[in-house]
Design a protein around this ligand. Structure first.
Ligand code: GTP
Ligand code: MG
Length: 335
């Protein structure tokens, strides 16, 4: 009877695994879409180089970090080295140029926390945000993309987690919940912590890539093609990992003391980071260290109300993974 139960259980897991993989596949953008984004980007490059021949344009965020689901907006960074520039002027100028090139809904948001130009491309309906000199975001985009190449389970897990967060309304920093970037870091950290580990800690390995951005040294091992098969001793499936991820954030994470750190591949204490007190608006109720801007807590946006919402959502997800007969439907039910 024992054997029968084990087999039933296994079957169950295979079935669940297939269901999660199907969700993942349905979220991955088609090549056609990626090609359109590239085209759109090249058009932008052309327009920009006419006005600012020295400038460079970079894709960043989910269209470049390999964690973008189908129909995501694209994030572009305009990098101009000249230290003398006036940011607002440049953005207004850029908006002008785009407007006269028939882009729709061009808006320069010069007073936003991160000033941007927003626009839409009429044919494909692609929406795009262009920011100025946010090179750190370009570099952390590369870090995420490099991690994604080591083990496919990272991309699978992050897609499921992002999809869950969007469905459940806990992916909005302006409402005190977490950014997609924060969720991906949580996934990377989680896979670094599995035993055997599924991901290494690239910033603790010999440096093969190094750049200084805004006085911050960004250095890590980026020859990830040499790390294929790194996690192959760990046989956990995506269904098991989704279960364990939510279980960790629902019942195991030490919210009072712990900081998760992709940079060190470990858990740090709030005390050693001096993140024990509320300073200004930073409350440190859930602590996620940025891998490069190490004084930056991606959980800083979370307040005493939204922490409750978040933790209840983690618990709900963990309980569904544990008990629900059809978790891959219930998990993503709109809130
Ligand atoms: P979706 O648009 O939701 O699919 O995800 P996304 O990956 O584009 O994430 P998001 O819109 O949260 O952020 C876009 C990019 O901005 C991220 O990939 C990071 O490179 C960068 N970014 C976002 N938030 C922060 C932050 O707090 N600090 C830093 N340094 N970079 C950030
Ligand atoms: Mg984005």
């Amino acid at each position: 009877r024992m054997l029968k139960r084990q087999m039933l259980c296994r079957l169950d897991i295979d079935w669940l695994n297939a269901a999660f993989l199907a969700i993942y596949e349905s979220l991955v953008p088609l090549e056609e879409e990626t090609a359109k984004q590239k085209q759109f980007f090249m058009l932008l490059e052309k327009l920009v180089s006419k006005e600012w021949p020295e400038a460079r344009l970079y894709l960043y965020g989910s269209c470049a970090n390999s964690f973008g689901v189908s129909k995501s907006d694209i994030d572009v960074c305009l990098a101009i080295e000249d230290a003398e520039i006036n940011k607002s002027e440049v953005l207004l100028k850029l908006a002008d140029i785009l407007q006269s090139d028939n882009f729709q809904n061009v808006q320069a948001l010069t007073r936003a926390r991160v000033p941007i130009v927003k626009l839409m491309e009429p044919v494909s309906g692609i929406s795009c945000d262009i920011c100025l000199n946010n090179v750190l975001a370009v570099v952390n985009t590369k870090l995420l993309r490099d991690y994604a190449q080591i083990d496919v389970r990272l991309r699978q897990l992050a897609f499921i987690v992002k999809h869950w967060a969007k469905s459940r309304g806990v992916n909005a920093t302006y409402q005190g919940t977490l950014s997609s970037y924060a969720y991906v870091l949580m996934c990377i950290h989680f896979l670094q912590q599995r035993r055997p580990a599924i991901l290494p800690c690239l910033q603790e390995m010999g440096t093969t890539y190094s750049i200084i951005v805004d006085d911050i040294q960004c250095a890590y091992f980026d020859q990830v093609e040499k790390l294929h098969g790194f996690g192959s001793r760990n046989k956990e499936t995506i269904a098991q990992l989704v279960w364990a991820f939510f279980n960790y954030w629902a019942y195991r994470h030490d919210y009072a003391n712990a900081v998760i750190s992709v940079r060190t591949g470990s858990i740090l204490s709030k005390r050693e980071k001096d993140w024990t007190r509320r300073i200004g608006n930073d409350r440190h109720l859930i602590c996620i260290e940025d891998p490069f801007e190490i004084s930056h807590d991606l959980g800083r946006v979370v307040d005493k109300f939204s922490i409750k919402v978040l933790r209840e959502e983690f618990e709900r997800a963990a309980d569904i993974m544990q008990y629900d007969p059809n978790p891959c439907v219930t998990l993503f039910e709109p809130y």
